[in-house]
Design a protein around this ligand. Sequence first.
Ligand SMILES: Cc1cc2nc3c(=O)[nH]c(=O)nc-3n(C[C@H](O)[C@H](O)[C@H](O)COP(=O)(O)OP(=O)(O)OC[C@H]3O[C@@H](n4cnc5c(N)ncnc54)[C@H](O)[C@@H]3O)c2cc1C
Length: 653
Amino acid sequence: MSRAALAIVGAGPAGSSLLERVAASAPELLGGVPLLIHLIDPHRAGTGRVWRPDNHPGLWMNSLAEDVTMFTDDTVTCEGPIVPGPSLYEWARSVDDATLAELGVPPVLAAEIRSLTGTTFPTRRVQSVYLDWFYRRVLAGLPPGIEVVVHPTTAIDVRDVGDRQAVHLAGRDEPLLVDAVVLAQGHLDVLPDETSRAYTAFAAAHGLVHVPPGHTAEQDLSAIEPRMDVIALGFGQAFTDLVVLLTEGRGGRFVTGDDGVSLRYEPSGREPVIHVGSRRGVPYRSKLDYVLQAPRALLPKFLDNAAIEALLGRDELLDFRRDLLPLVRKEVGWAYYHELFNAHPERTTLGWDEFARRYEEAVDQEAIDRLVAASVRDPEDVFDIDRLNAPLAGLRFGSVDELHRHVVGHIRADVARRTDPAYSADLAAFHALLVTFGAIGRVAASGRMTPRSRVEDVNGWWFSFFMYYASGPPPARLRQLLALEEAGLVRFLGADTTVTTDPQRGAFVARSASHPDEVLAPALVESRIAEPSLSRTADELLARLRDRGEVVEEVVTDGDWSANTGKVLVAGPALNLVAADGQVHPARHALGSFTSRPAAGAFSRPRTNAPAFRQHDVIARTLLRNLAERHRPSRRGADDADLAAASATGGRP
Ligand SMILES: Cc1cc2nc3c(=O)[nH]c(=O)nc-3n(C[C@H](O)[C@H](O)[C@H](O)COP(=O)(O)OP(=O)(O)OC[C@H]3O[C@@H](n4cnc5c(N)ncnc54)[C@H](O)[C@@H]3O)c2cc1C
């Protein structure tokens, strides 16, 4: 019986999880066919680039330890076996000293792991250890007949050779010959766009500094000098990383006051002054750090299976804002008010039963708004997505200083609210948003929504709101931001910030819709992770496939409207690569954020039937069935000798 071979390009969390799913189903599906799996990644296999062990200790996850798992559980609806295991938090509680020593964990990091609680936001270094442990456990539990070989290098091309795939690696002459390839390449670098190139050229001509979008943790920030004014464009995760590296990373430290709460920043003197702006002009909403005060509302309530089936059964294509959003608002509002009325009844004028009856009967958002206005005492207790989503909308200040003070107040209020169980209804809304996320994904993936609405409303507007509301920094990070502001090291620029170049004044110039002032600086950092773009990819492998028409960017059309999402087009349940001529490649698959079908933008949460597990399971089982089929003893030809001969003539990059 010939040995089957599979290549996984990218051994970060997704590649590692796929490996686990392959191992889980192999005994059932491989029929005894031996299998060699090549794992290719220049970074450490199992953790990959983002979760490298040498991450700066100041860089944190923005997930709670109890919300991260690499293991399937019985909520996951997949065909493959469920192989349960600990979440990051459960692992930190149970892992013994000997195991940590085996993993090469230094004492400081071991102490950090030991001190984790479920609601800790762990450092990236801690997550790196958990991922390493998971990966090693998968390797140790591989079924007989499966071997994994790690190639610590970059894959630079994939070619068809007969009916197999030749995977070319940097620094190696012979390609790997395999039956199938899975690209699990994650967050890829892209070449700068026109605007970014212009910024770089301007900086070079005027002796200024420009840092384009990218993996902040890996970028060279050394040209940013102490006390230099820096404009940071982008207020998300990449901005947080930037601030850490330019403050604590330069020797400053945060000191907690005697009250145990207040925070002060002691500068090292090597920090620049960061002026940050973005479209919203404020940071993402703080994560919540308390628990519900009343029993959880039973969900789904309005956006249940029957409602989804009814939507999918309609004759016309669906529009997110018209057809789905009203149900989403009603669902999230139900959870929010359930908590408000049950946990904080003194702030309402009706009992829950009465409110619930009328809420259920309300025929539209206007009716809900009227009911809420009549039964909730404080406008601050009204759940209003539009108000939450754009806190600076319509506000115009006399100067950037005035705007700055307003944003400081906004952040203070946000942290205070998101850490105060009196506002536990916000947490109920957060839970409901996670539940509706799955339902929205199901409708969006059904093909029953207009392509334009799927791209603009779901992937655009809604996803942006979701990330802003549910995926922000831990409160401690925002307290640090306020301490840095107090130390004069962070300044806020306002909403709809734009940056131009001014050759006369030899500076980058930031302007905002929130005030009339200009802010000039000799340095600009585009503090965001680059959006996926196949046409501008910096990855050699994808660039080669693209240039030969073997992968193509997803272009969504809707009548005379069209949009290029920049993502690699995949098709079918096993996410096969699609070529420019529309051919679906049976032996090439791709999964993750750079593809047209990303499962999620974050780690799987325990007990949520996480989409990533389901997706990885389908690909794993498809691969295994195909491999078993090809390598059954009865199959003639295509043995390794034929392949070696084919490779001698086969394409080199
Ligand atoms: C900075 C950052 C922080 C994040 N923080 C969180 C968080 O706190 N919580 C959360 O839930 N999610 C977070 N995410 C989102 C997501 O959970 C992680 O990005 C996760 O790492 C995605 O896993 P992945 O394997 O798909 O991609 P990656 O982790 O990017 O791994 C892909 C791997 O592919 C390799 N690769 C790429 N091209 C090639 C090639 N040609 N040849 C060989 N190897 C290649 C890379 O070296 C990399 O190791 C974060 C993302 C980023 C970028």
